[in-house]
Ligand binder design. Structure first.
Ligand code: FAD
Length: 495
């Protein structure tokens, strides 16, 4: 993975930058020691590693403002970081950039049941939000499998999803407002506790902006009342085609399940070995369908789903009898990644989205690619959303195998685009899919997106090297930046 050439001038000024930052962020908030920096050298995409120049851990918005202003004046790049669980390399450090760790922004600021929202700092974990309101029957809906660790700031930056997003929406559908610091040091507030905002949907723009537009310092999220009841149906199929057809038939019947997840045989057996959820090991595909709502409605829908599944050739059907069994059905799926981690030295988690109807085609083409590359692939997917997570199994110790895995992964993502899908469902572009952006967007599309980037960060200091394969100069895009009364053509790396 090629990254922008580091700015040797900035690296040579490291000692002076450390002294300046220590003035702006007093206390034990700056990490400079090589051993300690190692903890930040990668995120969830651990195939790529780079020691950051410095790590700074601010505690207040005023400190973030001071750091960003300083970086703009001194031409120092910044990589914002939440919990570092990104699977697309979004928080991968740069040798000439400070990593701005938001872990100390970890307070729940307000719980407002009347307006059904919670105001939090960005370093609060996804799960902690639900933990805070659960005792009163509320929860925060988007539920990435990493929710115990990932931060809500990182969720907004990646527009994270999860198993219940089919019915309740992704992060973008559950965020009401943010406070954000721009590279200029200006603090902007978008949205609030209210439902709709006037003007451009800037909150929508920030959600999924991958740390390229500003640093989020406060967030207001919607909370929902827990459904009165929920039951899960566990279905086994002799082929993934039959499983895929069932997914389409359930949606076509007008049912929107609370969650609808599919796994292939390799993934199912890895999960069974690890979690023992009771999945049918002989099935080629397993589907979990969760129905939630008032009890009588759930009873009716469970019956409909069972009938649809049998019509489409289900070879086994189990319906959760109680809450413990429902949770058990989910436990395996929730542990999909660690389960697969037990059967292979390394795995590469892909994330593409396709129209649901293309599922059988894509799965059979992926099986051909798996043979071609000689690498196994375990499939788990948010079937209702058409969001695939193929896990390519490899061994980084075998020379050339990482490169082969990258090529296989790129072919899968090209296939997603070819059948009318997109490069990412929820993990973002980061560095992982950066060089594939041209398969999906034209040169004009990419230029227009970068004009937006220039409007927020004209000197391209925030998270450079991510998302865009070639970063155009703002001046080239029709935006000459004026700084200190002079025309400024920022030195944006090309790579
Ligand atoms: C085992 C495992 C399972 C996962 N399952 C899912 C899943 O089901 N669904 C899903 O969507 N994702 C999943 N992920 C991916 C990951 O957890 C999400 O992308 C998550 O949103 C990242 O949050 P984070 O706090 O770790 O962010 P980081 O990894 O620290 O950063 C991610 C991006 O956000 C930016 N960023 C972070 N904080 C801020 C901030 N305050 N202001 C501006 N930018 C910021 C960073 O610059 C970077 O670009 C999984 C990851 C793992 C390891």
């Amino acid at each position: 993975m090629e990254m922008p050439k580091p700015d040797a001038g900035v690296i040579s000024r490291r000692a002076a930058i450390i002294t300046d930052l220590a003035r702006l962020v007093p206390g034990d908030n700056i990490i400079t020691d090589e051993d300690e920096l190692r903890a930040y050298e990668c995120d969830g995409l651990s195939a790529y590693r780079q020691l950051p120049l410095i790590v700074v851990l601010p505690e207040t918005t005023a400190q973030v403002v001071a750091i960003l202003k300083y970086c703009q004046d001194e031409g120092v790049k910044i990589v914002p970081r939440g919990s570092g669980t990104s699977l697309s390399g979004g928080a991968l450090p740069l040798a000439d950039a400070i990593t701005l760790g938001m872990g100390k922004f970890n307070r729940v600021l307000e719980i407002d049941y009347e307006n059904r929202c919670v105001v939090v700092q960005p370093g609060v974990t996804n799960k902690a939000i639900t933990d805070t309101v659960e005792h009163n029957g509320f929860y925060y809906a988007p539920d990435p499998s990493s929710r115990i660790a990932c931060s809500i700031g990182g969720n907004i930056a990646e527009n994270a999803g999860g198993m219940h997003c089919l019915k309740y929406g992704l992060t973008t559908n559950n965020v009401l407002g943010v406070e954000m610091v721009l590279t200029s040091g200006e603090v902007i507030r978008l949205g609030g506790k209210h439902m709709e905002s006037e003007g451009y949907d800037l909150l929508g723009l920030i959600t999924g902006s991958e740390g390229l537009l500003g640093v989020i310092t406060e967030i207001t999220v919607r909370i929902l009342q827990k459904p009165a009841s929920a039951r899960a149906v566990l279905l086994g199929f002799a082929s993934s085609e039959a499983g895929g057809a069932t997914v389409g038939a359930i949606i076509a019947d007008g049912i929107i399940p609370g969650g609808m997840e599919m796994m292939d045989k390799l993934a199912v057996n890895a999960m069974e070995d690890f979690v023992h959820s009771g999945y049918p090991r002989d099935a080629e595909a397993v589907l979990i369908v969760e129905l939630d709502g008032p009890e009588v409605e759930v009873d009716y829908l469970v019956g409909r789903v069972e009938a649809i599944a049998r019509d489409n050739g289900a070879i086994s059907v189990r319906i959760s009898k109680d809450e413990a069994e429902r949770k058990m059905f989910w436990a395996g799926r929730m542990s999909a990644f660690p389960s697969v981690g037990r059967i292979s030295p390394d795995y590469f988690c892909m994330d593409g989205t396709i129209p649901r109807g293309q599922l059988p085609t894509v799965l059979s083409r992926m099986a051909e690619l798996s043979k071609h590359y000689g690498l196994r692939v375990a499939n788990v997917f948010h079937a209702g959303d058409g969001n695939l997570h193929p896990l390519i199994l490899y061994d980084a110790n075998n020379p050339g195998e990482l490169e082969k895995t990258e090529e296989f992964g790129a072919d899968i993502l090209r296939l997603c685009v070819e059948v009318g899908g997109v490069l990412t469902g929820e993990h973002g572009v980061g560095v992982e899919k950066r060089d594939l952006m041209c398969t999906m967007f034209s040169e004009d599309d990419l230029k227009q997106q970068q004009r937006v980037k220039c409007a927020f960060d004209p000197d391209a200091l925030l998270n450079p090297g991510k998302v865009y394969p070639t970063l155009h100069r703002c001046a080239e895009l029709g935006r000459v930046h004026v700084h200190d009364g002079q025309l400024r053509f920022p030195d944006i790396p090309r790579f």
